[in-house]
Design a protein around this ligand. Structure first.
Ligand code: NG6
Ligand code: CA
Length: 530
């Protein structure tokens, strides 16, 4: 068997039921903040996503598919490493942070690479850049007094954008990367290709800071007259293309991206990448920026949903997925390319800008009837659209099996004949790609440094301090003074806390949760009340 695998690596074939098949290409299309109800094939909202639906209807549409966390960076960390994000104290929402994946850690792209795949990422990264060893001179108004904003490592702004930025995606398994620096709502608003800021003029160096502004630079707070999009909470730093961002920047003018062209740009770069590697098996992580804020649809999508910019950028994302599909058909790649479509966390309407997301929502339900949303321990935080597609191999199917993104590393590893395993993922290749087998029985989910436990149809949420409702985004985040217990089979909307009714069940859940998390819960544990 070993010998066969070694040979296969070089010729790009793998064995399936003793039949040799060419190794499948893999594209994970990862949306940002797309809700369980945002994809029309789930039949829960009114927004139409015909291109995703086509893939969902011909593949497996999972109704119990989870991101590992209710926010971005922790989910991406888990997807990349097969390790629960709460084991890594740096896996929080990042702002100007350094890389949070250790370069010695096993990752999904490293696993693919070890099996002879080409590997690339195009889109959002949000797992940090650099190692903080640069000594970037602080030229902000606040000078050299760093104010820790309570985000992740590297918030001290030690990323030097004017030289090659490393380590980053290229040092943890991707041979090629074309990414945005951080998020669309954070500075610096530039693309980075293989560690270099795209179109940067060395005569106009780029500086970014989350400590203070650069003298004389306009901000959303001081210069409302310059804004084409108005901030609601946060997001009142530097202004680019009329949109105020989180953080401050100066210089690098020639490198600034155009927000309305971002979707086209990523699609283009993704296609270019595939073209450059298509003669060999490849893994592409195509990480869309939609529908995260700021929502900036290209003008040809403006008004397309009737739901304002949030709906319009989902229509735009759906179009991109349709274009990608057509491209794979045209290139003769569609028959042997596995496509996964999912989202890094649940939906949010107002996430910091006045953009009509609430006002124009109409009958649409991004949450798909689930409680909570982005940032929440309730279901809408982590239960997301989750679709696998493999033409001619996967049969059209709706699956209720419990599957999570943490399992991608181990499942793909098993599928393509690698023996690489991961700490917390399990091999769900049968469920994800072969229309058979059983999903997970249990899973610890995370939301803003808190955790909860799902076992079969039960969910247990430990008590946490803090307000039950995040007022800024109007989402119930899952804080309560006591343990909560829900039976999802009879109560998917988590309205009936059964902790009093089934105290024994609650104790069993707590015990198992403590067994899994143990000491590894680290600083998260300190948050759990007695
Ligand atoms: C929060 C931002 C929010 C969003 C989020 C990250 C404020 C007030 N809110 O801190 O707008 O950027 O971080 O979202 O600044 S995520 O999907 O990348 O996790
Ligand atoms: Ca996100």
């Amino acid at each position: 068997m070993k010998k066969f695998i070694l040979v296969s690596i070089f010729i790009g074939f793998f064995s399936c039921n003793n039949v040799e098949l060419p190794k499948p290409n893999v594209i994970i299309i990862y949306a940002d903040d797309l809700g369980y109800g945002d994809v029309s094939s789930y039949g829960l909202g009114t927004l139409q996503t015909p291109n995703i639906d086509k893939i969902a209807n011909d593949g497996i549409r999972f109704t119990n598919g989870y991101a590992s966390s209710a926010t971005c960076s922790p989910s991406r960390y888990a997807l990349m490493t097969g390790t629960y994000p709460w084991r890594n104290k740096n896996a929080k929402i990042l702002t100007g942070a350094n890389l949070i994946i250790d370069t010695t850690e096993m990752t999904l792209p490293k696993m693919f690479k070890s099996m002879g795949y080409r590997t690339g990422i195009v889109g959002k990264w949000h797992l940090g850049l650099g190692d903080g060893r640069n000594t970037v001179r602080d030229t902000t108004e606040t000078g050299a007094v760093p104010r820790d904003l309570g985000y992740g490592p590297g918030v001290r702004g030690n990323i030097d954008y004017n030289n090659k930025i490393s380590p980053g995606p290229n040092e943890v398994g991707f041979e090629y990367s074309f990414i945005m620096a951080d998020t669309q709502d954070r500075v610096p608003t530039v693309y980075i290709e293989n560690g270099n800021v795209v179109n940067l003029d060395p005569k106009d160096p780029l500086e970014a800071s989350f400590r203070g502004n650069f003298e004389g630079e306009p901000t959303g707070l001081k210069n409302p007259e310059l804004l084409s999009m108005v901030w609601h909470h946060g997001h009142n730093g530097s202004i680019v293309n009329g949109v105020p961002r989180i953080g401050f920047q100066r210089g690098g003018k020639s490198a600034m991206w155009s927000d309305i062209d971002m979707a086209d740009k990523f699609l283009d770069e993704a296609r270019k990448y595939i073209n450059s590697v298509k003669d060999e098996p490849f893994f592409l992580f195509y990480t869309l920026q939609q529908p995260h804020v700021p929502r900036t649809p290209h003008p040809r999508f403006e008004g397309s949903s009737g739901m304002g910019p949030r709906g319009d950028v989902i229509v735009e994302a759906d179009w991109c997925i349709g274009e990608m599909y057509k491209f794979l058909e045209d290139e003769g790649l569609i028959d042997n390319t596995i496509i996964i479509i999912s989202s890094d966390n649940g939906p949010v309407l107002n996430d910091g800008y006045y953009d009509d997301a609430v006002e124009k929502l109409g009958d649409h339900d991004p949450f798909g009837g689930l409680r909570g949303g982005k940032y929440s321990l309730f279901e809408a935080g982590t239960r997301v659209p989750f679709i696998t597609y493999w033409k001619g191999n996967i049969k059209s199917h709706v699956s209720n099996e419990l599957v999570t993104q943490i399992d991608f590393l181990e499942s793909f590893s098993s599928l393509i004949g690698s023996d690489i395993t991961s700490k917390d993922g399990i091999d769900l290749s049968d469920v994800l790609f072969r229309n058979k087998g059983k999903g997970r029985t249990e899973f610890v989910l995370e939301a803003t440094s808190r955790t909860a436990f799902r076992q079969n149809n039960w969910v247990m949420i430990p008590p946490y301090k803090g307000p039950a409702l995040n007022n800024s985004v109007n989402i119930e985040v899952g804080n309560s003074k006591k343990y909560l217990l829900f039976d999802l089979d009879s109560d998917l909307t988590q309205k009936n806390d059964l902790s009093k009714k089934y105290p024994e069940k609650l104790q069993v859940m707590i015990k198992r949760y403590e067994e899994i998390t143990g000491d590894d819960l680290g600083e998260v544990k300190e948050l759990i009340l007695e």
